[in-house]
Write a protein that binds this ligand. Structure first.
Ligand SMILES: CC(C)(COP(=O)(O)OP(=O)(O)OC[C@H]1O[C@@H](n2cnc3c(N)ncnc32)[C@H](O)[C@@H]1OP(=O)(O)O)[C@@H](O)C(=O)NCCC(=O)NCCS
Length: 327
């Protein structure tokens, strides 16, 4: 069953540091003040200390004890510039260009993780998804065994029978139109993430067709991806291509695909592209009363996550715990 308690107990055993790239945002400062009152996760705020202190005072948040790092006065900037040039040497980046790039908090914060000064990063309160994710793609790169960075959302809603209904949905935020092989990787990563949140994954490759009821390139792509995933991960319950109703409703599944015992019980949904995924999770969130946590980035070599620009302080706090617990 999903609960922040489990993630917090993971962190209590092994406290972490998390960088917030938007250190002057009141929502970040509110979340940071809550974290500072805890012992399991220490915030590092990127920005000008005087300006951060002013915003904190104006908004009434106590951030005493927070580590604040100002890119303009960072004492290890030369080392950071050298490492940045090394990491981007295939692009011919000069030290001057590196210095300019590293004056931006999204790149600077990502390098704090790369240098091991922080374990994880949360950005995107004001940066777009692309501006939060791009430095991570360029500098942190994929973890060993992964070829792709993707993402998933964890959706949580109290269930009628007690406890919570917890679902995973991928990739709703990064890859525009994944290939068959990319979908296989997204499914495996999403299933792994689902397990962290207490889901016993049953994976469905979603489509407008259930086992050949509709025709088209996208149908073939989802069917082939499901077939490849079944071969690669034989112990994982996987099905597709499948429509959403047959994926979640045992009654519809009995009509549309009576011989399939995974259909009707899917809890880990793989969308054909970012449009369907992004729209799909938001429908669950706005009309289905699910809390949506994410996008949680998958396949990266360090935990870095993106906030929605419409986020509130409670969401920043939750995402910080999720991000750091993945470290
Ligand atoms: C994620 C995203 C920003 C990357 O695209 P981009 O900024 O144009 O990045 P580029 O194509 O220039 O690639 C930058 C680097 O990241 C790498 N990269 C891009 N996508 C990648 C992926 N999915 N996985 C791993 N690496 C990736 C590239 O290989 C490149 O590496 P290099 O610079 O070392 O050669 C882009 O896919 C995107 O905008 N996705 C949609 C985001 C969005 O709007 N979501 C909806 C709101 S939640």
């Amino acid at each position: 069953m999903f609960g922040f308690g489990q993630l917090i107990s993971v962190l209590k055993k092994n406290p972490k540091k998390i960088v917030f790239t938007e250190g002057q945002d009141p929502r970040i400062l509110e979340a940071a003040s809550r974290l500072l009152a805890s012992t399991f996760l220490s915030p590092i705020l990127v920005g000008n200390p005087e300006e951060i202190a002013l915003v904190a005072e104006d908004s009434g948040f106590n951030i005493r004890g927070a580590e604040i790092i100002n890119p303009a006065e960072f004492d290890r900037m030369d080392e950071m510039v050298d490492l940045f040039c090394e990491l981007r040497k295939s692009k011919g980046v000069t030290p001057e260009e590196a210095k300019k790039t590293l004056s931006q908090a999204n790149y600077f914060g990502t390098m704090l993780v790369k240098m091991g000064i922080a374990d994880s990063l949360l950005g995107g309160a004001t940066y777009s998804t692309a501006d939060t994710v791009r430095p991570a793609l360029q500098l942190i790169k994929t973890k060993p065994g992964s070829t792709l960075v993707s993402s998933c959302f964890i959706l949580v809603r109290p269930s009628a029978t007690g406890g919570n209904t917890v679902l995973a949905m991928g990739d709703c935020a990064i890859n525009i139109k994944p290939t068959e092989d990319e979908l296989v990787e997204i499914a495996a990563e999403t299933a792994e993430c689902a397990k962290i949140f207490g889901i016993e994954p049953a994976v469905g490759f979603l489509s407008y067709s259930t086992f050949g009821s509709g025709k088209g390139e996208d149908v073939d792509r989802m069917r082939n991806a499901a077939a490849k995933a079944k071969v690669k991960y034989p112990s994982l319950p996987i099905t597709g291509e499948i429509q959403f109703d047959a994926a979640v409703s045992p009654r519809v599944a009995r009509t549309k695909c009576p011989d399939n015992d995974v259909a009707g019980h899917i809890n880990t949904f793989i969308f054909p592209d970012i449009s369907s995924g992004n729209i799909g999770y938001k429908i669950a969130q706005r009309l289905g009363n699910f809390e949506a946590y994410g996008p949680i980035l998958l396949g990266l070599n360090a935990p870095i996550n993106d906030l929605s620009r419409g986020c509130n302080a409670a969401e920043v706090y939750s995402m910080a715990i999720i991000t750091a617990a993945l470290a």
